[in-house]
Design a protein around this ligand. Structure first.
Ligand code: AP5
Length: 216
């Protein structure tokens, strides 16, 4: 299972990748999570990324590509993976093609999460995350059993700094400008499947499961 999840901020990529990676027994490789860990640890990479991240801009390609190359060296890529939030630009997609070719591997499928803008805004501004295990919640559609506390591990829930309405609007524009062109990139290579990502989370997961398993 070698899959990339593509879609605008708040489309549900992280929510679904987390569950499906567990189900399929493959690593969930999320560049956003990797950057947040690096920023929290105050590493040179985290410090280099912070200003871009806080504005909702993309971190430069060379930084992200270096980080992914390093991650692929650690993970057994031949066993499979779910990429979440990478690639996000044409140069990143080209770098991924080169990396996989060097490893003698293919990308089985790119799944596009199709959700309207109003719903994206609603999802992002209501999102809360567990500081300890990263599990996403939503104040309305996926609330925790106890306010402010993670159901899974008891950790504290927090709101991401880039989930304020102003930064979310910028992230949506950045997505249209820099990431949406990847739809044509993968469509022309016959790799893309679009999934209706609005509605019940379990139903959406079933749609993704079917499309990915059919592509193997
Ligand atoms: P990143 O962390 O990757 O953020 P993103 O792509 O903007 O995506 P999100 O995590 O916001 O959304 P998601 O699709 O995962 O949705 P989620 O499942 O959480 O990137 C952050 C920043 O890092 C970027 O702005 C950039 O600066 C940098 N960066 C990262 N990767 C980079 C790269 N490759 N190149 C350059 N820079 C990079 O769901 C959202 C909410 O909705 C949750 O509350 C969830 O509970 C809820 N929800 C999910 N599904 C449903 C549903 N079906 N119905 C109702 N609610 C739902």
């Amino acid at each position: 299972m070698r899959v990339a999840f593509l879609g605008p901020p708040g489309a549900g990529k992280g929510t679904q990748a987390r569950e499906l990676a567990h189900e399929w027994g493959v690593p969930h490789i999320a560049t956003g999570d990797m950057l947040r860990e690096a920023m929290a640890a105050g590493t040179p990479l985290g410090r280099a990324a912070k200003a871009y991240y806080d504005r909702g801009e993309l971190v430069p390609d060379d930084v992200i590509i270096g980080m992914i190359e390093e991650r692929f060296r650690q993970a057994e890529a031949s066993r499979g993976f779910i990429l979440d939030g990478f690639p996000r630009t044409i140069p990143q997609a080209e770098a991924l093609d080169r990396l996989l070719k060097d490893l003698g591997l293919n990308l089985d499928r790119v799944v596009f999460f199709d959700v309207g803008e109003g719903e994206l805004l609603r999802r992002l501004t209501g999102r809360r995350l567990c500081r300890a295990c990263g599990t996403p919640f939503h104040l309305v559609s996926a609330p925790p059993a106890r306010e402010g506390v993670c159901d899974r591990c008891g950790g504290e829930l927090y709101q991401r700094a880039d989930d304020s309405e102003a930064t979310v609007r910028n992230r949506l524009q950045v997505y249209e400008r820099q990431t949406a062109p990847l739809l044509d990139y993968y469509r022309s290579r016959d790799r893309l499947t679009s999934v209706d990502a609005a509605g019940d989370m379990d139903v959406i997961r079933g749609r993704i499961r079917r499309t990915v398993e059919a592509a193997r």
